[in-house]
Design a protein around this ligand. Structure first.
Ligand code: BGC
Length: 270
């Protein structure tokens, strides 16, 4: 395949939700370094998103910050319209925005349940639907073999039950079958839909699990590969899924988890 590995997304555009920090930020920076014009969606951190856009522009890239609560149809619609007005088309949507609101089942409020489902699952649905409408309208480009690509940010908890996080695990289980169903429905239109299931990646969302040496030691017992994941581990996988290198891949979840989903407790039991 004749693609310059440093320019895997040359001439392409990508909208990344939840990109003002964490995994989303890393993906936006990685995609920009690979030649894509990127939209950095944020919900509550305008300064961070603007700073990332400024950094990328000063490095010769094209980037804009876009505010939207992904759980709101009107805001998603406005975000996608602004992105298309700026860059003309969408080649890849990374539906990444996600939250945790943890509680044991007895203490979980309906609001905690609904908010997590609204952002993590309904948010991906709304962004995907909007992107798909756009994919169907736009002309093919010589820069991408697929008409459009969607990457759904899932979690190892699409497969691993997680006590005390029933809203989050249910949302990611939903993402799994949403992703596969869309992949099946859209393959004939040459739209690829895939998922990424990160394990424990060092970000703010799970700071408590790696911040102290004791917490880190406990976490490492769940990771056969023996290290906590870094944001770049996920960003490289996203880059591959967005690029033509994965042109024959659709309906798949890539686990980026150092083996966390391999039932590590069974190393010494069973
Ligand atoms: C969660 C993190 C957690 C990881 C592994 C992710 O989806 O957001 O908080 O550390 O799964 O359990």
């Amino acid at each position: 395949m004749d693609i310059d590995p440093r320019q895997l997304l040359l001439g392409q555009t990508a909208l990344i939700t939840g990109a003002s920090s964490g995994i989303g930020e890393a993906i936006a920076r990685r995609f920009a370094a690979a030649g894509a014009a990127v939209g950095i969606n944020y919900h509550s951190k305008p300064d961070a998103a603007e700073q990332i856009a400024k950094d990328l522009s000063s490095q010769g890239g094209q980037a804009i910050a876009l505010k939207a609560d992904v759980s709101r149809e009107d805001e998603v619609r406005a975000m996608v319209a602004a992105f298309v007005a700026a860059f003309g088309r969408i080649d890849t949507l990374v539906a990444n925005a996600g939250i945790q609101m943890d509680a044991a089942i007895g203490e979980m409020s309906l609001e905690q349940w609904q908010r997590v489902l609204a952002v993590n699952l309904t948010g991906q649905f709304l962004c995907a639907r909007e992107a798909i409408w756009q994919f169907e309208m736009q002309e093919p480009t010589p820069h991408s073999r697929a008409r459009g690509k969607i990457i759904c940010m899932s979690s190892v908890h699409e497969a691993i039950p997680w006590a005390g996080h029933v809203n989050y695990a249910a949302s990611k289980g939903g993402v799994l079958l949403m992703m596969k169903t869309l992949a099946q429905e859209l393959a004939g239109k040459r739209i690829r839909v895939n998922g990424i299931a990160p394990g424990a990646i060092r970000t703010e969302i799970n700071r408590a699990t790696w911040e102290t040496p004791e917490a880190e030691a406990a976490l490492l017992r769940l990771i056969p590969y023996g290290r906590i994941g870094e944001r770049a581990d996920v960003a490289e996988a996203a880059l591959w899924l967005a690029s033509d290198l994965s042109d024959y891949v659709t309906g798949t979840t890539l686990f980026i988890d150092g083996g966390m989903a391999l039932y590590p407790a069974f190393r010494a039991g069973g």
